[in-house]
Design a protein around this ligand. Sequence first.
Ligand code: PFF
Length: 487
Amino acid sequence: MGEGRVQWNSNFGFLMAMIGSAVGLGNIWRFPYILYTHGLGTFMIPYIVAILVLGFSFLLIEYTVGYKFKTSFIKVFEAINRKLKPFAWFVCLIIFFIVSYYTVIVGWDLIYMILSFFKGWGSQPDNFLIHNVLHSSEGFSGIFTFVPFVFLSSLIVWILIWFISHKGVNDGISKFSQYAVPILFVIVVLIVIFSLTLKGSSMGYTLMFTPEWSELANLDIWLAAFGQIIFSLSLGMAIVLTYASYLPDNANLVKNAVIVLCSNSGFEVFNAIGVFSILGFMAFTTGIPLGNLITDGTGLAFVVYPQVFNVMGPIAYIIGPLFFACIFIAGLTSAIALLEPVASSINEAFKIPRKKAVSIIAVVGFLITIIFTTGAGSAILSIFDMFLNNFALLFAIIIECITFGWLYKIDDLMEVLNSKSSFKIGKWWKYVIYVLPVILAILWINGLINIVQYSDMMTFTVDGVLLLVLIIVPFVISFIENKRNYG
Ligand code: PFF
């Protein structure tokens, strides 16, 4: 445990930072699409099972390990088994790559937030996104095309993250989250209430809750539910562990975990009601079948929503900016959280002052981000996203589960957990931790099959390079660190 290590100075600040880390793009634009394509109302059953089996159990592991060791992700691995340190750097590198493209998406959103004040996307938002915003090219050919607005917006996002993060855990992350997260929730409540008043909204939200019982036997919807929980709660990314490592001794772990879990899922389900209502309104107004309107991620936020705002009338000048502000705040708090495990690991492993560590990460991170701000950027970004989330991160979670749950004394963790909680966790937790890696391995194999199935030459090339970097760099960093610290 680090001498004089920083601690959260308020539990509210910690909770807001935790909720801010979880609530992100995954909740706003990923969840409605996953729900729509995986059994609609029926999806809620595997979703709740995934929350209980994976979300709650794994969250508790990360919480307890962070709380018990009170040190950075890298130092936790050092304490459990020094040989596993390259693996810990492997996870840090995954998160580092994720934040380097996540910032670009938040940057796109920043552009749309400005455009939304005057519906600057014109009458054809799909063309506008591809040609005017992203300057997308086929394959690698656009890698040398400089896209100034995306570059600039991503730079602004990085500067904001750097600024908040380098101020420290309390003066930066906690202070910012205490304002940002409640504002985010208020905006979402306003948007959802407004959406429910729109003509045709009931067509949308009724669909969301319509069950397709035959789908329950489909393995795909179970895998999708577990995948959504991992993404949405940012599991395995060492964020929870790192944030929990700043908790004071008297923190109530189980209560905090339950609050974060309920807020995160409550947010995405509630927000989805708004999304479906708005799409119901669009279908009602234009006659386009609702199914044709539901898309994933960028398509939903930057094409379908602008189309909706185009037919909405003057109120869109208020709802539009609010909607993009919502994505912006959610994205920013998640990006700040993604930076923290890397920052604290570099800070503690290399004994580099926090401010300096954050600055180094921000500069190197932005240099990687530049790749995503070229004409080939959005294509490379999708490949990174698929590879890191469906392959690398899942692998990391399996190893974390085995390290914390099997290699480390789970009984010790359970004791720590229960000593700090009025609600006691029973033996079931231990058994769940033992079976989790098996469930995750099934998910991982499924992710691997997807990557291989949908890959072209460009994807294989990018995946190959990424894999090499993810294998080699962690060993190099571990080697340098060991040389520096132990001679
Ligand atoms: N949980 C956040 C979200 O839902 O967007 C943060 C996050 C998840 C960031 C997954 C990155 C990621 F790959």
